[in-house]
Design a protein around this ligand. Structure first.
Ligand code: 5CU
Length: 383
């Protein structure tokens, strides 16, 4: 067992109240309870809700690993993780009616805070004493609320909850993407309160991008998750760059899921295309181009998780971020469990990331420790 903090900043929960809310729904996202008493099914991706598949087989089985914090703690122990920063999993509160958003974000965030407080009040003997608490959380935002002031109020309120270390958000923003000027009060509040935004994909790409719904279905979750998710993140951040969000809010801090999708690999190309289109207006477009270049934003506003399962992606992420000090370990638990059913299995999805970090930075032990935990302790102020 390592004698330094190992911090998982990409680890999700569906709180029990949230799952109950999904149980009451009949359209995506929803939970379906089969009549034969088999495991409930979690249907969250639009490609999961295929009418030609019986409801009992749609989506994926949802077991206690999705909501039970004791199962999360056992997973942490098994993988040597000393601290986790838990977040509500996708699609968060994006789909709620305007009147429900505020109530649910307060409920979910209070539940997360309470869970952290309860777990942290017990002394853990199963891991090394790092002096850092076991659980922290990223809060969820009421993005469908009728007024941005409600979102801003929740950002301010979260600052007063002792275990909150930022917020998690998808790429749809208020419904029109992250270059929507109506998000400016939200960016302003995040920057002003120095609240880290964990930006995470959910919607992927339309089935047409993969050759139609029949092709997407044929390969299960591979196309939406392996390609749709990272490209969604890349497109969302590029739209933020293009619309000048980082010019207007130079203090905004964003942690990008899955090592930034394909942003590290494509940063040079994006920058070059922007340079050649610098005068969007002159070229017939209506927007003024961004002032800051992609590299400066990557080096000052962006952090990347290390959930990319390979050295090529990690090297690109470190290069794009400008330093391994902006990279943070994560697992994506409870997603990507082992294929066997044994409860005490080590998860290959986790060990693959450990190996990629060591393979990339192995000689530099300090850097490995930083990515595994030290960077998160510093950036999220976990001490
Ligand atoms: O397996 C999946 O669908 C997912 C998901 O929905 N969200 C996530 O964070 N990782 C994997």
């Amino acid at each position: 067992m390592a004698d330094f903090p190992i911090v998982d900043i990409h680890t999700h929960v569906y709180t029990p109240a949230y799952l109950d809310m999904l149980r009451a729904r009949k359209k995506v996202p929803y939970v379906h309870d089969p009549a034969n008493g088999a495991d409930s099914r979690l249907i969250i991706l639009s490609s999961d809700d295929d009418a030609s598949t019986p409801a009992d087989q749609r989506g994926r089985p949802v077991d206690s690993s999705y909501s039970d914090i004791e199962v999360k703690l056992a997973f942490m122990k098994r993988h040597g993780i000393t601290t986790s920063v838990i977040s509500l999993a996708n699609p968060w509160l994006d789909f709620l009616d305007v009147d429900d958003a505020q109530i649910w974000s307060e409920r979910i965030n209070n539940d997360l805070e309470e869970t952290c407080a309860q777990v942290n009040s017990k002394t853990r003997t199963d891991t090394v004493a790092t002096g850092i608490k076991t659980l922290y959380a990223f809060g969820a935002l009421p993005l469908s609320a009728p007024d941005a002031s409600i979102i801003v109020n929740e950002i301010t309120r979260l600052k007063m909850l002792p275990h909150m270390r930022g917020v998690i958000m998808g790429t749809s923003g208020l419904g029109n993407g992250l270059d929507d000027q109506k998000l400016d009060p939200v960016w302003a509040a995040l920057a002003q309160t120095q609240t880290l935004l964990f930006l995470h994909p959910h919607y992927g790409l339309p089935d047409e991008a993969f050759g139609g719904s029949e092709v997407t279905q044929r390969y299960g979750h591979v196309l939406p998750l392996a390609l749709g998710f990272p490209l969604e993140t890349t497109i969302a951040v590029t739209r933020m760059l293009l619309s000048g969000v980082f010019d207007r809010f130079p203090d905004l801090k964003i942690l990008l899921a899955h090592s930034g999708g394909t942003l590290p690999f494509l940063a040079g190309r994006i920058d070059s295309c922007i340079a050649h289109e610098r005068k969007f207006v002159a070229n017939g477009g209506s927007a003024q181009g961004p002032v800051r270049d992609v590299w400066s934003v990557l080096n000052t506003n962006i952090y990347l998780d290390a959930v990319v399962y390979g050295e090529a992606g990690l090297r690109a992420a470190i290069h794009a971020a400008g330093s391994h000090e902006r990279l943070l370990f994560g697992t994506d638990n409870p997603f990507f469990p082992p294929l066997s059913e044994k409860e005490d299995d080590i998860w290959p999805s986790v060990t693959t990331n450990y190996k990629a970090i060591e393979g990339t930075l192995g000689e530099d032990k300090e850097a490995v420790r930083g990515v595994l935990g030290g960077n998160a302790v510093r950036i999220l102020n976990l001490n």
